[in-house]
Design a protein around this ligand. Structure first.
Ligand code: PMT
Length: 403
């Protein structure tokens, strides 16, 4: 047994689909067992054509599950129980067909029903021929799985069973093991215990009259993902949220709901003083109507109204002026052009320590998406590029960088 493996005592459901790479699942199973995990294999009917359940049950010391019940005894295999038992589920190899079923909730076999019942982290290691891998339906389904919070272990470029060479080879078992071990290492990481964190998220709404406002397309997903990750690492998180419809992601997070930029500023000024980190992820409206009307503007009786605007306070810049020794202030920049230039200018003008740049020109990044791709720029000019990932993963990378 590997000493001190984070997998020791963990329950892993290993899902195996019907593909040539299923032979590598045997090595993966052995690695999990050697690391001290208890493994339950769930195999699709097609998977059994590639690797025999006898080998898998001998190595896992458990009967392999494939059907909903055992034909001769009628014993029922509960996918719900398996889903609850698992500390994580690893689907390796994941074929195009199973990925499609998982993405769309087509629960016609034990593996997909177990996946749908799983409450824990799911890792998906695709393996298929290069053209299947590159097909828009596969990439869309993988993006969907990523957006549900699954961790995709990208296949490698290399020699494929078809004789072709390209992207589609399942990642090597040793590297899959590493990804799963790193996940559990991080899960037990409480290094931010005792640290206070202030996060802003979502849009602000600036009222024009009782029924209309100036706002933007922010949903709060990025800011909420940051709050969840900080809380998971043990930090004491205050989340100042603009008008969004998201639930608070962790019961340890203290949430303050606000509507306008002024309300957000007030909350931040009160909360920022003793915080160790302040992360300004909200898309604050830069302008508000000069006068908020107390009755609805009527289309029938009035000329087309002219909206005069006034500048809103800059919350990040205000906190930048208040910043005390030892405090880390992080801003975001959402840009449409000259991205780096604008982001660096904001970092300096607002006295930030880091700025996280996302561009409206990157598909899958920015407003509303479940994914993001960012560049983290520090005050000394260092840049870290984070490619397209789920907002949860991006949040984790941002925190790794800023701490
Ligand atoms: O919420 P999602 O749908 O998940 O989308 C995430 C996001 C795109 C909103 C997020 O990733 C993001 O980029 N947030 C910042 C958007 C923005 O307002 O950028 P900006 O370049 O206009 O502002 C720069 C910084 O100053 C930001 O930290 C902002 O919070 C802050 N600011 C801006 C204006 C203002 N009046 N006060 C501020 O504090």
């Amino acid at each position: 047994m590997t000493p001190s493996s984070p997998l020791e005592g963990k329950h892993i459901v290993l899902g195996i689909c019907g593909g040539i790479a299923a032979y590598k699942s045997v090595s993966l199973l052995r690695l999990f067992i050697k690391a001290g995990a208890e493994v339950q294999v769930v195999i699709t009917p097609a998977g059994k054509q590639f690797i025999t359940p006898v080998t898998l049950s001998a190595l896992s010391h458990k009967p392999v599950v494939s059907e909903f019940f055992t034909a001769n005894t009628g014993e029922w295999h509960s996918h719900v129980d398996l889903g609850m038992w698992a500390d994580c589920m690893v689907i390796a190899p994941a074929t195009a067909s199973t990925i499609g079923k998982m993405a769309n909730g087509i629960a016609d076999n034990m593996l997909v029903t177990t996946y749908l019942s799983a409450k824990s982290q799911v890792f998906v290691a695709p393996a298929m021929d290069l053209d299947m891998m590159a097909h828009p339906s596969t990439t869309r389904n993988i993006d969907l799985l990523r957006s549900y919070g699954n961790i995709i272990i990208e296949p490698e470029d290399g020699y494929l069973a078809s004789g072709l060479v390209g992207k589609g080879r399942m990642e090597e078992p040793e590297n899959i093991l590493k990804v799963v071990e790193q996940f559990f290492e991080k899960a037990s990481d409480k290094t931010l215990k005792g640290k206070k964190v202030l996060i802003t998220a979502g849009p602000t709404y600036e009222k024009i009259d009782p029924v209309r406002f100036i706002g933007n397309f922010s949903t709060g997903k990025m800011g909420f993902a940051l709050a969840a990750e900080f809380a998971r690492r043990g930090a004491d998180v205050t989340l100042v949220a603009g008008p969004v419809s998201l639930p608070t992601p962790d019961h340890n997070i203290r949430r303050i709901d606000v509507m306008s930029a002024r309300e957000m500023l007030e909350a931040c000024e009160t909360e920022c003083g003793d915080s160790d980190y302040a992360v300004m992820c909200a898309a604050v409206a830069d302008y508000a109507p000069e006068n908020e009307l107390d009755r609805k503007i009527k289309r029938e009786h009035e000329d087309v109204p002219v909206l005069r605007l006034k500048k809103n306070p800059d919350i990040a810049a205000t906190l930048g002026r208040m910043k005390r020794e030892g405090q880390t202030l992080v801003g975001f920049a959402l840009e449409t052009d000259h991205e780096l230039e604008h982001a660096v200018e904001k970092l300096q003008r607002k006295n930030l320590d880091f700025i996280v740049l996302n561009s409206m020109r990157t598909p899958g990044a920015g407003f509303g998406t479940d994914t993001n791709a960012v560049t983290i720029i520090s005050r000394d000019g260092t840049k870290a590029e984070i490619g397209l990932k789920s907002k949860a993963e991006v949040a984790s990378d941002i925190i790794d960088n800023i701490i």
